[in-house]
Write a protein that binds this ligand. Sequence first.
Ligand code: IDP
Ligand code: MG
Length: 139
Amino acid sequence: MAIEQTLSLIKPDGVSRGLIGEVIKRFEAAGLKIRALKMVRLTQEHARVFYEVHQERPFYDSLTQFMSSGPIVAMILEGEDAIEVNRRLMGATDYRQADPGTIRADFARDIEANIVHGSDSPETAATEINFFFNALELM
Ligand code: IDP
Ligand code: MG
């Protein structure tokens, strides 16, 4: 058990569908602390950098287009095992495989537009937090 930080994004579909409050409520109810938060709109070029690890995947163009299609909410979440806790609250990438009661099972109806992003390891959390936030923005 360790106190970790992780990057959470509410994707353009989550923002446009009015799910910002619902998602944040679930994070706070699970004991995760919000250490930084902002709304931004990525260019497709920025989305391509953020999702660089997926550049060989067939859905890369579509995903980066989707991620730059409207505003997103970026957050740093902190807490014990925050990376794993956040991933559990999100549910599986494919909403059809996500456990009942998870964000994706409850709200996503598309494998690409699946409401939220969450870092998957301490290394990616550090990289992704740095991508979105500078020292001044950390509470
Ligand atoms: P994750 O968001 O659960 O970590 P990843 O495998 O890292 O899932 O994929 C990143 C994002 O790419 C997913 O959240 C989803 O938006 C999109 N994605 C993943 N697999 C597919 C697919 O098979 N078709 C379309 N989009 C996908
Ligand atoms: Mg991922």
